[in-house]
Design a binder for this molecule. Structure first.
Ligand code: CAA
Length: 381
């Protein structure tokens, strides 16, 4: 077993860290407050090859492994978790899905521009009545000669507004449960496609989230991904990988909380001493550091299994539920260490707490991750 990063992974870490400090740190508080999408920075991430990291070079990607992707997600989200989620959705929910399930024609037309970062993608599974119960869809795709006519409302679509292409899941057959779900590549310009207003969120406010309305939206048959009825399995398989990326995002937030806490605790004096000398503060710092290391090990193990083409659903679920709790706990304790200052926006740590919360909700709530883990353990015995 080797716990060292390779030369290539170290280079990714250095590149991502320097990029984040130089281009994401300036203005991060303002972007959060005013809900400003980091458009320029996302273009730069594309130039670095960070928008299609795991896609082979022949399809426009960087051809890197999943651990490299996790390292980049940690570094970017350490400074700006909004940029982190934009990157994560494009990499793991859109490019990885197309890489695994699309035809060569679809890869040529869509994966190449998405993986190179020329275009941005979104993934649209959820509906108002179908969150954790993700197969309970109402959106319907009716076949009409060479087109599918899509109708329905989708929600919580990250990148929905800024994307060029959305992977949409809809029923092609009713009353057969998840076996009736199919997936489609939908261009923003297709007739009958529109997006709702940007949602006003608690955190990751620099990224956009919206509803999508499909009103007799005409999608060519050649834009259906894989066979009819395969959509749900495609979604769940893709979300397994997505959960590793979100765990990486959570890890970046948790590490930011630790770094801010240490810097502040060594500087802030109360009762004539720096607060880092108090046991209560040391205990918080020790717990944060332990959780962060444990989260990273779970993340890298699931990434390794994915790269080895071994089963990794349960490991990805463990990584996401653990890392997202680590982020929530560390950011809450960080605000506590900062005390009154932590509650003020300009110190930049209350944002960590708000950003951390979503990592326990999207791409499968913690409770869904626990279902996935429990089922796998129970099935093994
Ligand atoms: N990969 C491939 N196939 C899988 C799978 C996986 N990881 N997990 C299950 N399946 C298959 C099953 O084998 C089964 O097929 P068979 O009958 O042929 O064996 C089929 O899929 C249905 O599986 P289940 O019966 O287990 O399905 P379920 O209805 O009980 O759901 C669930 C299980 C884990 C709760 C699942 O619904 C789930 O993950 N829900 C959460 C959805 C989610 O993560 N949504 C996030 C959307 S994206 C987002 O957050 C927004 C964004 O923009 C970031």
């Amino acid at each position: 077993m080797d716990f060292e990063y390779t030369e290539e992974q170290l280079l990714i870490q250095k590149t991502a860290r320097e990029f984040a400090e130089e281009h994401l740190a300036p203005g991060v508080i303002e972007r959060d407050e005013k809900k400003i999408y980091p458009a320029e920075q996302i273009k730069m991430l594309a130039d670095l090859g960070f928008m299609g990291m795991m896609v082979p070079e022949e399809w426009g990607g960087a051809g890197l492994d999943t651990i490299s992707y996790c390292i980049a997600m940690e570094e970017i989200s350490n400074v700006d978790a909004s940029a982190g989620v934009v990157m994560s959705v494009n990499n793991s929910l859109v490019c990885q899905l197309l890489n695994d399930f699309a035809s060569d024609e679809q890869k040529e037309k869509y994966l190449k521009p998405l993986a190179s970062g020329k275009w941005l993608g979104a993934f649209s599974l959820s509906e108002p009545q179908a969150g954790s119960d993700a197969s309970n869809l109402l959106a319907f795709a009716r076949r009409e000669s060479d087109y599918y006519i899509l109708n329905g409302t989708k929600n919580w679509v990250t990148n929905g507004i800024n994307s060029n292409v959305v992977i949409v899941f809809a029923l092609t057959e009713k009353d057969v449960g998840y076996r009736g779900i199919s997936s489609f590549i939908v261009e923003k310009g297709f007739d009958g496609f529109s997006t709702g207003k940007p949602e006003n969120k608690l955190g990751i406010r620099g990224s956009d989230t919206c509803e999508i309305y499909l009103d007799n939206c005409r999608v060519p048959v050649e834009n259906r991904i894989n066979e009819e009825g395969m959509g749900f399995k495609i979604a769940l398989k893709t979300l397994d990988g997505g959960r590793i990326g979100i765990a990486g995002q959570a890890l970046g937030i948790a590490r930011a909380a630790l770094e801010h806490s240490v810097d502040y605790a060594k500087e802030r004096k109360q009762f004539g001493k720096t607060i880092s000398s108090f046991g209560a503060i040391q205990q918080k710092i020790a717990n944060m550091a332990t959780d962060i290391d444990a989260a990273r090990l779970l993340i890298h193990k699931s990434a390794y299994l994915k790269d080895q083409h071994k089963p990794y659903s349960a490991e990805a679920a463990m990584a996401k539920s653990f890392a997202s709790k680590a982020a929530m706990d560390a950011s809450t304790e960080c605000v506590q260490i900062f005390g009154g200052y932590g509650y003020m926006q300009e110190y930049g740590v209350e944002r960590l707490m708000r950003d951390a919360k979503i990592t326990q909700i999207y791409e499968g709530t913690t409770e869904v991750q626990e279902i996935v883990v429990a089922r796998s353990i129970l099935e093994k015995r």
